[in-house]
Design a binder for this molecule. Structure first.
Ligand SMILES: Cc1cc2nc3c(=O)[nH]c(=O)nc-3n(C[C@H](O)[C@H](O)[C@H](O)COP(=O)(O)OP(=O)(O)OC[C@H]3O[C@@H](n4cnc5c(N)ncnc54)[C@H](O)[C@@H]3O)c2cc1C
Length: 336
C-alpha cells in the first residue's frame, strides 16, 4: 500500500505543507475513523520518525534525508521504549551510545517499535556513556548488529508491525547523530506534538464507534422495533456523541494554541489523558449496543474496541499523562 499512500501526499502537513495544526489534527482523526492501524502507521512514519528529524536534525541532515522520507521512498521508525524502560523511559533508557573516533557504537534493546520490521531507517534514542544524556541517531536497518523481530499475537492494531529490536555493537557515523538530539528534553519536543496527534486519534476512534453503533441501532430489530427506538439505547448513543464532541472541542482549542505557539507540555498530557478516557467509555458503550455481535470481528466494532486499548496505553499511558498534568497543577511530582 505504501506507494498508494505516498500518492496521497499527506506527509508533514504542518512543517512541509504549511497547513494549520487544526487541519492536520482533523485529518488524523479522520484517518483513525477509517482505520486505526493506518493512522498509527502514518503516525509513526510521519509523526514520531519524521517529526524527530524535522525537530532535531541539522539543516544539512534534513536536506539530505527529508526528500526520500516525504516521498516515502524511505520508511522510518522511532525507537525509544525498551523492555525494561516503558513509562520511566526518560530516566530508564539503558541502550548506550559510545563515541569511537568519528563513529558511535550502539548497544541495547528496544521494544514495541512500530514499522521497524520493514522500515529502512529507525531513529534510536540511546544514553551517551560519556555525559549520561539521551541522544538520537538515524540507524540504517541494514547495519551489521541490528535486528528486529515482529511482536506476534497482538489483539490491537493487528496490521501495525511492532518489533523487538536488538542493537549489538551497531556502528553509526557521527554524521547520523541528530545534531539537536542531545538530552531527553530534546526527545520531549517530539513527544509533545505526537501526544497531541494520539489525542486526535482518540477523537477519530470515538467517531468510528458512533458511526457503527448508530447504524446498528437503527437497523437491528428487537421486540418488533429498531434498537434505536429504546430510550436506554438512545441515552448511550448520546453519551458517545457527548464524549466525542467534548474531546473534539478540547482538541480544536489545543490546535489553535499550537498554531499560536502557545500549547504547553501539560496541556498535551491533559488532552491525551482526557480524550483517551472518554474514548474508552465510548467504545465500551458502542460494543455493548451491538450485543454479542460487538465481540465478533465481522461488524467493525470489535476492532474499534480493541484498537482503543493501544491508543490508551501508547505515547504515555493514561496514568503517566495524568501525573504530568498533576505535577503541573500542584507543583508536586507524584511519579515515585
Ligand atoms: C501498539 C503499541 C505501539 C507502540 N509503538 C511504539 C513506538 O513506535 N516506539 C516506541 O518507542 N514505543 C512504542 N510503544 C511503547 C509505548 O509507548 C509504551 O508501551 C508505553 O509508554 C507504556 O510502557 P510499558 O508498556 O512498558 O508499560 P509500563 O511502563 O510497564 O506500565 C504498566 C502500567 O503501570 C502504570 N504505571 C507505570 N508507572 C506508573 C507510575 N509512576 N504511577 C502510576 N502508574 C504507573 C502504567 O500507566 C501502566 O498502566 C508502543 C506501544 C504499543 C502498545
Amino acid at each position: 500500500m505504501i506507494p498508494k499512500i505516498a500518492e496521497l501526499d499527506v506527509m508533514s502537513p504542518v512543517y512541509r505543507q504549511g497547513h494549520t495544526n487544526l487541519f492536520a489534527g482533523l485529518c488524523h482523526a479522520e484517518f483513525t475513523r477509517a482505520d486505526t492501524s493506518f493512522a498509527t502507521f502514518l503516525g509513526v512514519h510521519d509523526g514520531l520518525f519524521t517529526g524527530s528529524i524535522e525537530a532535531l536534525a541539522s539543516e544539512e541532515q534534513k536536506a539530505a534525508w527529508l526528500p526520500d522520507i516525504y516521498s516515502m521512498k524511505k520508511i522510518g521508525a522511532f525507537g525509544l521504549t525498551e523492555p525494561l524502560g516503558g513509562s520511566d523511559v526518560a530516566g530508564g533508557t539503558r541502550t548506550t551510545a559510545r563515541r569511537d573516533g568519528d563513529n558511535w557504537i550502539l548497544n541495547g534493546e528496544k521494544r514495541w517499535i512500530g514499522n521497524a520490521t520493514f522500515s529502512d531507517w529507525v531513529v534510536i534514542y540511546a544514553r551517551d556513556v560519556a555525559d549520561n544524556q539521551v541522544k538520537g541517531f538515524l540507524v540504517d536497518t541494514k547495519t551489521k548488529g541490528y535486528s528486529a523481530t515482529k511482536i506476534e499475537n497482538k489483539i490491537a492494531l493487528r496490521t501495525v508491525q511492532n518489533a523487538d529490536i536488538v542493537l549489538d555493537n551497531v556502528v553509526v557515523s557521527d554524521d547520523f547523530h541528530l545534531k539537536g538530539a542531545n538530552s531527553f528534553k530534546d526527545t520531549n519536543k517530539v513527544l509533545k506534538v505526537t501526544r497531541l496527534s494520539v489525542a486526535w486519534q482518540a477523537v477519530g476512534q470515538q467517531m468510528a464507534a458512533f458511526d457503527v453503533a448508530r447504524k446498528y441501532a437503527v437497523e437491528r430489530q428487537q421486540f418488533g422495533k429498531p434498537l434505536a427506538s429504546f430510550q436506554l439505547i438512545q441515552e448511550q448513543l448520546v453519551q458517545i456523541l457527548g464524549n466525542t464532541v467534548s474531546s473534539l472541542g478540547m482538541m480544536v482549542r489545543l490546535a489553535q494554541l499550537e498554531d499560536l505557539g502557545k500549547a504547553k507540555d501539560e496541556q498535551s498530557a491533559l488532552a491525551k489523558a482526557f480524550t483517551t478516557a472518554r474514548m474508552r467509555e465510548s467504545v465500551a458503550m458502542g460494543r455493548s449496543i451491538l450485543g454479542g455481535n460487538g465481540i465478533v470481528t465481522d461488524y467493525g466494532m470489535a476492532k474499534i474496541f480493541a484498537d482503543a486499548e493501544a491508543i490508551y496505553s501508547y505515547e504515555g499511558t493514561y496514568e503517566i499523562n495524568t501525573l504530568v498534568t498533576g505535577r503541573a497543577i500542584t507543583g508536586v511530582a507524584a511519579f515515585v
